[in-house]
Ligand binder design. Structure first.
Ligand code: 5GP
Length: 185
């Protein structure tokens, strides 16, 4: 049996990485590693968080047709390399990918059997608070992220499932239930 492709999206600050890493501790799945031209942040691990490459290297990959999909987000390139997903899926391994909304639309077209999940904040005020707490960003940047978040949330209805991330444990359990359900259908 093929593995399940799980697509997770959500606005900046929602806790996508935390939920996914908690899911990975409790379940057998592979996290797809994207390429990005964005600078490394504290806590990033090269080739685990992302394959960090330069803008020029990224553009070379686009030119050579090496990417399954890509986008520009916050002035940086992000994309999934071809073959990242198929090898695992064909070997029966579930693959979880954290991508933004444009990438989700592209991946859904290529993998119609995938399951897409959008993580929602309990409210915009809570999201703003989480972004402020995370630190390292200016108020202007936070306002920018909140504007992007609003646009992302508008398209969240097209996702297969929405999960409100109020409590980490409950959100992870909900994700587990969704994947189990999808795998038995
Ligand atoms: P961050 O810089 O915070 O790690 O990621 C910024 C945004 O890029 C997030 O919404 C993340 O889900 C998205 N992203 C990460 N990798 C990919 C990818 O390979 N393709 C697309 N389309 N989006 C990605």
């Amino acid at each position: 049996m093929k593995g399940k492709l799980i697509i997770v999206s959500g606005p900046s600050g929602i806790g996508k990485d935390t939920i996914v890493s908690e899911y990975l501790k409790r379940n057998n799945a592979y996290k797809s590693v994207s390429c990005t031209s964005r600078p490394m942040r504290e806590g990033d691990i090269p080739d685990k968080t992302y394959h960090f490459i330069t803008k020029e290297e990224f553009e070379e990959k686009i030119k050579n047709g090496e990417l399954l999909e890509y986008t520009i987000y916050n002035h940086n390139y992000y994309g999934t390399l071809k073959n990242t997903l198929d090898e695992k899926l064909n070997n029966g391994i579930d693959v979880i990918m954290i991508i933004e909304v444009e990438g989700e639309a592209n991946i859904k077209k290529i993998y119609p059997d995938s399951v897409s999940i959008f993580l929602l904040p309990p409210s915009m005020d809570v999201l703003k608070e989480r972004l402020i707490k995370r630190g390292n960003v200016s108020l202007e940047d936070i306002e920018d992220r909140l504007e992007t978040a609003k646009k992302e949330i508008e398209v969240s209805t097209r996702y297969d499932y929405n999960i409100v991330n109020d409590d980490l444990n409950m959100a992870v359990e909900e994700l587990e239930k969704i994947v189990q359900k999808e795998k038995t259908e």
